[in-house]
Design a protein around this ligand. Structure first.
Ligand code: NAD
Length: 301
């Protein structure tokens, strides 16, 4: 398939490579010169405009941007420029892989439908490592037939691909999953600090909780203390991994979803408050498991 890949950042570039390695005809574009240069230096075919990438007969258009506003602007056109939906051939499949709000994803679907295009929201989890190794998880919202059409493309970039339901429900799954993750990472970090104060070794708490009902990814993969899980960011001074700033972004989307649905999600909102402070302070570039340092600092003597 001919694929236009727009947004050649931390995630997009390795994803585009995997599509190319799988035999697809990939042409990339990014608004930032340095991102285009880096992709070209790595051997990707890169154009000088999004229009060139999309209008050249793309069967699939993938967007991997930072925000929903960027996606909607690109879809409908901004600053007098044409929208991607207008320059693509009718019936082109748009795969929107950025993490954006559920209502923004639904707006993107509506715009695409009105322009005679097909659209799926397909956010990912698995981070840069998952993007590089083609082991991402894709959570997909949209029409079932479009999902089946997209499957071979998604399979070249990921390992677990789930059709979550209609338009926007891929983003809904992403926001719910990351709210669980944030709350559980804070709970695990608080438990280790409490254990320290009570004289419990990190290893002893890990050995018990990882085999008991406290077991979760935040403990067994992203363990916030060095030692028990040698590959966790705690063993490299909390280098990400998944940066606190990105967790804060995702919790902002969760907060928006909580507000619009009226759900009583006190833990989710508290996690948002905690990670907002963390991201505005030491955690902007640290892995989000570094929240344990804040918990220690804020604990009374
Ligand atoms: P990034 O900032 O590294 O890359 C985004 C790229 O999109 C940038 O290079 C930017 O210049 C480009 N861009 C923005 N508007 C554009 C436009 N109109 N046309 C072309 N290019 C445009 O971000 P990232 O880390 O690659 O993340 C991308 C998305 O994936 C985000 O929504 C993020 O929340 C999500 N995500 C990231 C991770 C991660 O670990 N980095 C994990 C899961 C999901």
């Amino acid at each position: 398939m001919r694929i236009a890949f727009l947004g050649l950042g931390h995630m997009g570039r390795p994803m585009a490579h995997n599509l190319s390695d799988a035999g697809h005809d990939v042409v990339g574009f990014d608004v930032v010169d340095a991102a285009r240069d880096a992709a070209r230096a790595e051997g990707l075919d890169v154009t000088e405009s999004a229009t060139d990438a999309v209008a050249g007969g793309a069967d699939v258009v993938i967007t991997m941007f930072q925000t929903g506003a960027q996606v909607l602007d690109a879809y409908r056109g901004a600053d007098g420029g044409p929208g991607l939906l207008d320059v693509a051939a009718p019936g082109t499949l748009f795969l929107e892989c950025s993490t954006i709000a559920v209502d923004e994803a639904r707006a993107a679907h509506a715009l695409a439908g009105a322009a005679g295009q097909r659209c799926l929201d397909a956010p990912v989890s698995g981070g840069v490592v998952g993007a590089e190794n083609a082991t991402l998880a894709f959570m997909v919202g949209g029409d079932a037939a479009d999902f089946e059409a997209a499957r071979p493309v998604l399979e070249a970039m990921g390992r677990r691909i789930v059709h979550c339901g209609e338009a926007g429900l891929g983003q809904a799954a992403k926001v719910c999953n990351n709210m669980i993750l944030a709350v559980s990472q804070i709970a695990v970090a608080e438990a280790f600090v409490l254990g320290e104060r009570l004289g419990l070794s990190h290893q002893a708490l890990f050995d018990v909780a990882s085999n008991a009902s406290g077991q979760c990814w935040a403990l067994t993969t992203n363990c916030p203390v060095p030692g028990p899980v040698p590959t966790s960011p705690a063993n490299r001074d909390y280098q990400p991994g998944f940066a606190g700033a990105l967790m804060n972004k995702d919790l902002g989307l969760a907060e928006h979803a909580i507000d619009t649905t009226g759900v009583s999600a006190r833990m989710g909102l508290l996690a948002r408050e905690i990670y907002q402070e963390f991201a505005n302070g030491p955690g902007a570039r640290q892995d989000f498991s570094g929240i344990i340092t804040t918990i220690r600092t804020e604990s009374t003597d």
